[in-house]
Ligand binder design. Structure first.
Ligand SMILES: C[S@@+](CC[C@H](N)C(=O)[O-])C[C@H]1O[C@@H](n2cnc3c(N)ncnc32)[C@H](O)[C@@H]1O
Ligand code: SF4
Length: 396
């Protein structure tokens, strides 16, 4: 796989509508790259391109590498307490009314978003407002809801699968693979019955040292399920010294104590043979299992080893997230960093979202990150949002 940008024409061929929507979103995010970063009086609300809806912190699985419920997950001790804090449907709808005119791409996640009791009326409401609604789920609960998901025209359903059956279930929980496959079949049946293309089905795989040798088996198996796209997320990882540097920086510059980064200090990156991994991905691409594949981040194959073995080496910099994206947590708190919700910008129960993203706390964060080396913090080195939207460093 010389350059996996080569899959873009293939994606357009697969589904022109979807990929032109995504392209528009990326284009708006690209624009954010050129905004005057020091203009703290700017109306950032106008540049909103992507909003993460973290509907719940609850989850029915315990995936080993997960920053919420994995070996070092931050939710492990407080899940029951946090589950009481979810927002009512009406609060989410009011928030949707506020952001809909900006037409951001919506990414729904959790925890497991299907555990939010009003996920269906909420997603329906967003689709009716003309928003592109993408839901990321562990897929164990989709079978029973397939008819509604298809009827309500969700745009994409990204389902997490990390390997073929046995390896997947070791990582994500016994029986989870078969539940996902039953869900794929049910969605495809419904799409046929209702004669529609949506939602497009994506598989998302987090690459770890536990599953990378099994990726070809998963790719081979998934050819049967009319997948539209397979994303290989190279994974969010950190180490002791990066955590220490981030702790110090967040305390000094933003007076914030952090817990969330340490949850990705799992060691599941160690020992991954970069050359082997790229040859596995290359074989998957050459075999053409009927759907495009992409890695996040796009990476020079020769640098795969660096990605896993040298976590201090940046592969992306100049994070643009604070200029065009935000995550709203299950309790209404707003953050820029979806996986590291330590620094709170405000809460949508108390203030309008526009006030929050144009407010002092948001601007303090923008200033701190802009003034940091390479326009990012140490904790951004393998952050998923930075891997997707950061500036590609030459050679990587
Ligand atoms: C936290 S989950 C929430 C949504 C849903 N529960 C699921 O599993 O798809 C969002 C995505 O993050 C991925 N993920 C979990 N641990 C990760 C890690 N250490 N690095 C990168 N992605 C990770 C999951 O596999 C999933 O695709
Ligand atoms: S299903 Fe998602 S949120 Fe739940 S433990 Fe797995 S990765 Fe984490």
């Amino acid at each position: 796989m010389k350059n996996n940008l080569a899959v873009i024409p293939k994606m357009f061929k697969t589904n022109f509508g979807l990929f032109s929507e995504i392209t528009k979103g990326f284009w708006r995010m690209g624009k954010a790259r050129h905004l005057p970063k020091k203009d703290y009086g700017h109306n950032h609300f106008k540049n909103l391109a992507l909003v993460y809806f973290k509907l719940t912190g609850s989850c029915n699985l315990r995936c080993v590498m997960c920053g919420q419920y994995g070996d070092k997950g931050v939710m492990n001790d407080c899940a029951a307490e946090e589950s009481k804090k979810i927002l009512p449907l009406e609060t989410w709808k009011k928030f949707v009314d506020e952001i809909a005119p900006q037409k951001p791409v919506i990414y729904v996640w959790g925890g497991e978003p299907f555990l939010y009791p009003d996920i269906f009326p909420l997603c329906k409401y967003m689709v009716e407002k003309g928003l592109f609604v993408s839901v990321n789920t562990n897929g164990t609960l989709i079978e029973r809801h397939a008819e509604t998901i298809v009827r309500d025209r969700w745009s994409t359903l990204f389902v997490s699968l990390d390997a073929f059956r046995d390896v997947n279930d070791e990582l994500r929980g016994k029986g989870s693979y078969d539940k996902v496959i039953a869900g794929f079949k049910a969605i495809n049946r419904e799409k046929k019955k209702q004669n529609v293309k949506y939602p497009l089905l994506g598989v998302v795989t987090v690459v770890t040292n536990k599953n990378y040798m099994d990726l070809a088996n998963l790719a081979q198996a998934s050819r049967e399920y009319d997948i539209d796209l397979h994303i290989y997320n190279l994974g969010t990882y950190t180490n002791d010294s990066i955590v220490a540097a981030q702790k110090q920086l967040m305390k000094e510059k933003l007076d914030t104590e952090i817990d969330c980064l340490e949850a990705y200090n799992t060691g599941y990156n160690t020992g991954i043979d970069g050359i082997k991994l790229y040859s596995i991905l290359q074989d998957i691409q050459n075999n053409n299992y009927g759907h495009p594949i992409v890695t996040v981040p796009f990476l020079n194959p020769e640098k795969t080893h660096t990605y896993y073995a040298e976590l201090e080496t940046p592969v992306r910099n100049h994070c643009i997230v604070p200029w065009c994206q935000a995550n709203v947590n299950y309790n209404g708190d707003v953050h820029f960093c979806a996986d590291y919700p330590d620094y709170i910008l405000g809460n949508i129960k108390e203030q309008s979202f526009k006030e929050i993203v144009n407010g002092d706390r948001a601007n303090c964060f923008r200033k701190a990150i802009h003034e940091s080396e390479g326009g990012m913090f140490p904790g951004c080195l393998r952050c998923y949002q930075n891997m997707l939207f950061g500036n590609r460093i030459k050679g990587f």
